[in-house]
Design a protein around this ligand. Structure first.
Ligand SMILES: C[S@@+](CC[C@H](N)C(=O)[O-])C[C@H]1O[C@@H](n2cnc3c(N)ncnc32)[C@H](O)[C@@H]1O
Length: 124
């Protein structure tokens, strides 16, 4: 995902808790000639990371963590942030768009929309 995003011109940070996978991604990035200023890979637990400086967040995790991850992102991300979920959607969020199907389905969410809907729901 990081390589696909850098190919579209984004500067990316990939968080991966498994040090072998982090190492593999770094080697692959070097091999592709991608500068670390464009793509960096950190061996870090994103649950312990403040994500507030990111405007675009793409996640490919597991169904069991999506609800609680949604709450973390709602607290931390700026209003203009966009979140892409791969394979497993956020159960409580309404997507702005979706692409693909089956194992390749992705959902896009805009934080300003998510916050607006959650405020409206709280007022009912
Ligand atoms: C479904 S796999 C996706 C693997 C790979 N990123 C890809 O796109 O094919 C989820 C990955 O998230 C990593 N992961 C799970 N919990 C994490 C955490 N708290 N912080 C960082 N990475 C985590 C796992 O080690 C695993 O490699």
């Amino acid at each position: 995902m990081v390589f696909a995003a850098t190919a579209k011109g984004f500067h990316c940070t990939g968080f991966e808790i498994n040090s072998i996978l982090t190492g593999y991604a770094r080697v692959k990035s070097n091999w592709k000639g991608i500068p670390s200023s464009t793509a960096s890979f950190v061996n870090q637990d994103f649950w312990k990371t403040d994500l507030s400086k990111y405007n675009n967040v793409t996640v490919f995790l597991a169904p069991g963590v999506m609800e609680v991850l949604g709450r973390k992102l709602e607290k931390e991300l700026p209003d203009e942030a966009r979140v892409i979920a791969c394979r497993f959607p956020f159960p409580d969020w309404t997507p702005t768009a979706t692409e693909g199907e089956g194992l390749d389905q992705t959902w896009a969410y805009d934080m300003n929309v998510i916050r607006k809907l959650s405020t409206q729901a709280a007022m009912k």
